[in-house]
Each structure stands twice: as C-alpha cells, then as structure tokens.
Design a protein around this ligand. Structure first.
Ligand code: DQA
Length: 146
C-alpha cells in the first residue's frame, strides 16, 4: 500500500464530451484519453488516483462528501459549476485534505462570466490554462502538500 492517500480527481459537466467541444480551447483529447493521461502522470509521480466525471451537481456533491469523510485530497475541475455552484463550494469547504482547482483553459482569459470562481476561495490553489498539463501540475503540487 502506498504511504500517500489516494487522490480523487473530479471532473464536472461536459468534460465527458471533451472531444466534441471547441478544440481550439480544449484540445483534441477525449475524456478517456485525459483520464489515462492523469493516471499515467500520477503513477510516474508515485501517486494513486481515482478519476471521476459527472454532469450531475448532486453526484459531485456526494463525491465531495465521501472525500471529506475519507479525508481524501481532491483535484477538481468543476467545469461550468466553477462559476456559480454555491452548493459545490459549500461541499468543497468541508474537505479535510487539500483541494486544488484545475482548468484546461484559462477562464480569466475567456468570457467575463468565467472570471468568477466560487470554488477558488475554498481551494488551496488554482491551476488553469495548460490543457491536460494543468492536471499534471496539480498532481506535482498535491504531492508536495500531502
Ligand atoms: C473549464 C472552464 C469552464 O469555464 C468551463 O465551463 C468548462 C471547462 C476548463 O477546464 O477550462 O467546462 O473548467
């Protein structure tokens, strides 16, 4: 068994259809490929991950509750929920281990409604704008934190 706790990597709505979104913003990987990339990078860092995606606010909140109970560290791309879900923010605020917010794109360089994150205030930090590498950088940062 590894010494570091398993990291939960949560992904919010529409990320399951990544390859059908604007490739100029989100690149060309589909979600299965992104998930494999995250698992491969985690293994290279000696980390264990559980990668999940849901379009449902309820399911994401349930996973955050489970992570809080298990004291699991979380890397989270809340997708559009980033910008308005106080319910997800409140669930994220109950986490006991570090939370890192990630984005494939740089929301601050996009439409104004994406400039607000209701999650950032309860996260240890936010990494965005590096495509799939945002997750790799988050794994490196998380390894230092846990
Ligand atoms: C995103 C950015 C959000 O603004 C958007 O709603 C997403 C993806 C990103 O990874 O760049 O669905 O979180």
């Amino acid at each position: 068994m590894s010494q570091t706790p398993k990291i939960l990597v949560l992904n919010g709505p529409n990320l399951g259809r990544l390859d059908l979104r604007d490739s100029a913003i989100y690149g060309t990987m589909n979600f299965a490929q992104l998930s494999e990339f995250i698992k491969k990078e985690a293994a290279a860092l000696g980390l264990e991950v559980d990668v999940q995606q849901s379009d449902s606010e309820v399911e994401l909140i349930n996973w955050l509750h489970e992570a809080a109970d298990a004291k699991s560290p979380v890397i989270f791309n809340p997708a559009a929920f980033t910008h308005y879900s106080y319910a997800i923010r409140d669930a994220a605020a109950m986490l006991k281990a570090p939370l890192i917010e990630v984005h494939l794109s740089n929301p601050l360089a996009r439409e104004e409604f994406r400039h607000t994150s209701v999650i950032s205030g309860v996260a240890h930090g936010t990494i965005g704008g590096f495509g799939p590498d945002s997750y790799r950088l988050a794994l490196i940062a998380m390894k230092e934190l846990i």
